[in-house]
Write a protein that binds this ligand. Sequence first.
Ligand code: TYD
Length: 199
Amino acid sequence: MKRGALIVFEGLDGCGKSTQLSLAAEEMRTKGLEPVVTREPTDGPWGRKIRAMAASGEAVSPETELEWFFKDRREHVQNVVKPALEAGQTVLSDRSYISTVAYQGARGLDPKKILADSEAEFERPDLVLLFEVSPRDGLARVEARGGLSEPVFENLEFQEKVAAVFADLQVSGLVRIDAARGIEAIAQDVSDAILKVSD
Ligand code: TYD
Protein backbone atom coordinates (compact mmCIF):
# COMPACT_ATOMS: atom_id res chain seq x y z
CA MET A 1 0.00 0.00 0.00
CA LYS A 2 1.39 3.37 -1.05
CA ARG A 3 1.44 5.83 1.82
CA GLY A 4 -1.02 8.75 1.56
CA ALA A 5 0.02 12.40 1.35
CA LEU A 6 -0.26 14.76 4.31
CA ILE A 7 -1.33 18.22 3.17
CA VAL A 8 -1.61 20.98 5.76
CA PHE A 9 -3.30 24.36 5.46
CA GLU A 10 -1.60 27.13 7.41
CA GLY A 11 -1.72 30.85 7.96
CA LEU A 12 -2.96 33.64 10.19
CA ASP A 13 -6.46 33.73 11.61
CA GLY A 14 -8.77 34.88 8.80
CA CYS A 15 -6.38 33.88 5.99
CA GLY A 16 -9.08 31.80 4.27
CA LYS A 17 -7.42 28.38 4.73
CA SER A 18 -10.58 26.65 5.96
CA THR A 19 -12.58 27.75 2.90
CA GLN A 20 -9.76 26.56 0.64
CA LEU A 21 -9.55 23.23 2.46
CA SER A 22 -13.27 22.64 1.86
CA LEU A 23 -12.90 23.47 -1.85
CA ALA A 24 -9.88 21.20 -2.21
CA ALA A 25 -11.74 18.34 -0.48
CA GLU A 26 -14.73 18.87 -2.75
CA GLU A 27 -12.53 18.80 -5.85
CA MET A 28 -10.91 15.55 -4.72
CA ARG A 29 -14.31 13.97 -4.12
CA THR A 30 -15.46 14.86 -7.64
CA LYS A 31 -12.42 12.86 -8.83
CA GLY A 32 -13.58 9.90 -6.76
CA LEU A 33 -10.96 10.36 -4.04
CA GLU A 34 -11.85 10.22 -0.35
CA PRO A 35 -9.62 12.63 1.56
CA VAL A 36 -9.57 12.57 5.34
CA VAL A 37 -10.46 16.10 6.46
CA THR A 38 -9.31 17.08 9.93
CA ARG A 39 -8.11 19.98 12.06
CA GLU A 40 -5.96 21.08 14.96
CA PRO A 41 -6.74 21.98 17.66
CA THR A 42 -9.03 18.93 17.60
CA ASP A 43 -12.40 18.41 19.22
CA GLY A 44 -10.78 16.07 21.76
CA PRO A 45 -10.23 16.92 25.44
CA TRP A 46 -7.01 18.91 24.93
CA GLY A 47 -8.37 20.75 21.91
CA ARG A 48 -11.50 21.74 23.84
CA LYS A 49 -9.35 22.96 26.70
CA ILE A 50 -7.30 25.09 24.29
CA ARG A 51 -10.40 26.64 22.67
CA ALA A 52 -11.94 27.41 26.05
CA MET A 53 -8.71 29.13 27.12
CA ALA A 54 -8.47 31.13 23.86
CA ALA A 55 -12.11 32.23 24.15
CA SER A 56 -11.84 33.17 27.82
CA GLY A 57 -9.28 35.87 27.08
CA GLU A 58 -7.11 34.55 29.90
CA ALA A 59 -3.87 33.22 28.49
CA VAL A 60 -1.93 30.49 30.27
CA SER A 61 1.89 30.51 30.29
CA PRO A 62 3.54 29.91 26.90
CA GLU A 63 4.98 26.65 28.24
CA THR A 64 1.56 25.38 29.32
CA GLU A 65 0.06 26.43 25.99
CA LEU A 66 2.80 24.54 24.15
CA GLU A 67 2.24 21.45 26.27
CA TRP A 68 -1.53 21.46 25.54
CA PHE A 69 -1.00 21.74 21.78
CA PHE A 70 1.53 18.88 21.85
CA LYS A 71 -0.84 16.68 23.88
CA ASP A 72 -3.71 17.41 21.52
CA ARG A 73 -1.54 16.67 18.48
CA ARG A 74 -0.11 13.47 19.96
CA GLU A 75 -3.62 12.01 20.17
CA HIS A 76 -4.59 13.37 16.77
CA VAL A 77 -1.55 11.99 14.94
CA GLN A 78 -1.84 8.61 16.67
CA ASN A 79 -5.59 8.15 16.21
CA VAL A 80 -6.35 9.96 12.95
CA VAL A 81 -3.42 11.14 10.83
CA LYS A 82 -1.06 8.17 10.99
CA PRO A 83 -3.69 5.45 10.43
CA ALA A 84 -5.09 7.37 7.43
CA LEU A 85 -1.66 7.85 5.82
CA GLU A 86 -0.82 4.20 6.38
CA ALA A 87 -4.11 3.24 4.72
CA GLY A 88 -3.03 5.24 1.66
CA GLN A 89 -5.48 8.11 2.18
CA THR A 90 -4.72 11.77 1.55
CA VAL A 91 -5.06 13.82 4.73
CA LEU A 92 -6.12 17.47 4.52
CA SER A 93 -5.45 19.13 7.87
CA ASP A 94 -6.54 22.61 8.93
CA ARG A 95 -3.35 23.53 10.87
CA SER A 96 -0.53 21.32 12.12
CA TYR A 97 2.70 21.71 14.10
CA ILE A 98 3.60 24.55 11.74
CA SER A 99 1.00 26.62 13.66
CA THR A 100 2.73 25.75 16.92
CA VAL A 101 6.04 26.97 15.49
CA ALA A 102 4.41 30.28 14.46
CA TYR A 103 1.95 30.93 17.31
CA GLN A 104 3.87 29.60 20.29
CA GLY A 105 7.01 31.04 18.66
CA ALA A 106 5.19 34.38 18.70
CA ARG A 107 4.58 33.80 22.42
CA GLY A 108 8.33 33.99 22.92
CA LEU A 109 9.28 30.31 22.74
CA ASP A 110 12.03 29.26 20.30
CA PRO A 111 10.48 28.49 16.89
CA LYS A 112 13.52 26.43 15.81
CA LYS A 113 13.26 24.18 18.84
CA ILE A 114 9.49 23.74 18.41
CA LEU A 115 10.09 22.78 14.78
CA ALA A 116 12.89 20.35 15.59
CA ASP A 117 10.91 18.69 18.41
CA SER A 118 7.83 18.45 16.20
CA GLU A 119 9.68 16.98 13.24
CA ALA A 120 11.26 14.42 15.54
CA GLU A 121 7.89 13.29 16.89
CA PHE A 122 5.18 13.81 14.28
CA GLU A 123 4.42 12.89 10.67
CA ARG A 124 6.00 15.46 8.36
CA PRO A 125 3.66 17.15 5.89
CA ASP A 126 4.32 16.48 2.19
CA LEU A 127 2.83 19.87 1.39
CA VAL A 128 2.52 22.97 3.57
CA LEU A 129 0.15 25.47 1.98
CA LEU A 130 0.81 28.81 3.65
CA PHE A 131 -1.93 31.35 2.98
CA GLU A 132 -0.43 34.80 3.28
CA VAL A 133 -2.55 37.82 4.22
CA SER A 134 -1.66 40.88 6.26
CA PRO A 135 -2.57 40.62 9.95
CA ARG A 136 -4.96 43.55 9.49
CA ASP A 137 -6.82 41.92 6.57
CA GLY A 138 -6.95 38.58 8.38
CA LEU A 139 -8.49 40.08 11.49
CA ALA A 140 -10.96 42.08 9.39
CA ARG A 141 -12.14 38.79 7.87
CA VAL A 142 -12.45 37.16 11.29
CA GLU A 143 -14.57 40.10 12.40
CA ALA A 144 -16.72 39.99 9.27
CA ARG A 145 -17.57 36.32 9.79
CA GLY A 146 -18.92 36.84 13.27
CA GLY A 147 -16.50 38.58 15.52
CA LEU A 148 -13.29 38.04 17.38
CA SER A 149 -14.16 35.07 19.54
CA GLU A 150 -10.67 34.07 20.65
CA PRO A 151 -9.05 37.24 22.05
CA VAL A 152 -5.97 35.36 23.25
CA PHE A 153 -4.88 34.74 19.63
CA GLU A 154 -7.05 37.09 17.60
CA ASN A 155 -5.51 40.49 18.26
CA LEU A 156 -3.38 42.62 15.96
CA GLU A 157 -0.22 42.82 18.04
CA PHE A 158 -0.06 39.05 18.41
CA GLN A 159 -0.97 38.32 14.76
CA GLU A 160 1.91 40.58 13.67
CA LYS A 161 4.33 38.47 15.69
CA VAL A 162 2.86 35.28 14.22
CA ALA A 163 3.20 36.74 10.70
CA ALA A 164 6.89 37.45 11.36
CA VAL A 165 7.55 33.79 12.21
CA PHE A 166 5.59 32.61 9.14
CA ALA A 167 7.63 35.02 6.99
CA ASP A 168 10.89 33.37 8.16
CA LEU A 169 9.61 29.81 7.96
CA GLN A 170 11.70 27.33 6.00
CA VAL A 171 10.42 23.76 5.82
CA SER A 172 10.35 21.22 3.05
CA GLY A 173 7.15 21.14 1.00
CA LEU A 174 6.37 24.79 1.72
CA VAL A 175 4.25 26.62 -0.87
CA ARG A 176 3.41 30.25 -0.16
CA ILE A 177 0.08 31.43 -1.55
CA ASP A 178 -0.98 35.04 -1.94
CA ALA A 179 -4.30 34.85 -0.10
CA ALA A 180 -5.23 38.50 -0.65
CA ARG A 181 -6.75 37.53 -4.03
CA GLY A 182 -10.17 36.15 -4.91
CA ILE A 183 -11.25 32.69 -3.76
CA GLU A 184 -11.06 31.13 -7.25
CA ALA A 185 -7.55 32.31 -8.09
CA ILE A 186 -6.34 30.97 -4.76
CA ALA A 187 -8.20 27.67 -5.27
CA GLN A 188 -6.43 27.23 -8.61
CA ASP A 189 -3.01 27.57 -6.96
CA VAL A 190 -4.06 25.11 -4.25
CA SER A 191 -5.26 22.63 -6.82
CA ASP A 192 -1.99 22.89 -8.81
CA ALA A 193 0.12 22.40 -5.68
CA ILE A 194 -1.91 19.36 -4.58
CA LEU A 195 -1.67 17.80 -8.02
CA LYS A 196 2.14 17.95 -7.79
CA VAL A 197 2.30 15.93 -4.57
CA SER A 198 -0.41 13.39 -5.38
CA ASP A 199 0.94 11.43 -8.34
P1 TYD B 1 -8.21 27.94 14.32
O1 TYD B 1 -7.66 27.22 13.14
O2 TYD B 1 -8.44 29.41 14.18
O3 TYD B 1 -9.52 27.19 14.75
P2 TYD B 1 -11.00 27.74 14.97
O4 TYD B 1 -11.23 28.88 14.01
O5 TYD B 1 -11.82 26.54 14.65
O6 TYD B 1 -11.07 28.13 16.41
O7 TYD B 1 -7.27 27.65 15.56
C1 TYD B 1 -7.56 28.19 16.83
C2 TYD B 1 -6.42 29.07 17.33
O8 TYD B 1 -5.36 28.25 17.85
C3 TYD B 1 -5.82 29.94 16.25
O9 TYD B 1 -5.80 31.29 16.70
C4 TYD B 1 -4.42 29.42 16.11
C5 TYD B 1 -4.11 28.76 17.42
N1 TYD B 1 -3.12 27.67 17.37
C6 TYD B 1 -1.94 27.79 18.06
O10 TYD B 1 -1.70 28.81 18.73
N2 TYD B 1 -1.04 26.74 18.03
C7 TYD B 1 -1.27 25.60 17.35
O11 TYD B 1 -0.44 24.67 17.37
C8 TYD B 1 -2.51 25.48 16.62
C9 TYD B 1 -2.82 24.22 15.87
C10 TYD B 1 -3.40 26.54 16.66
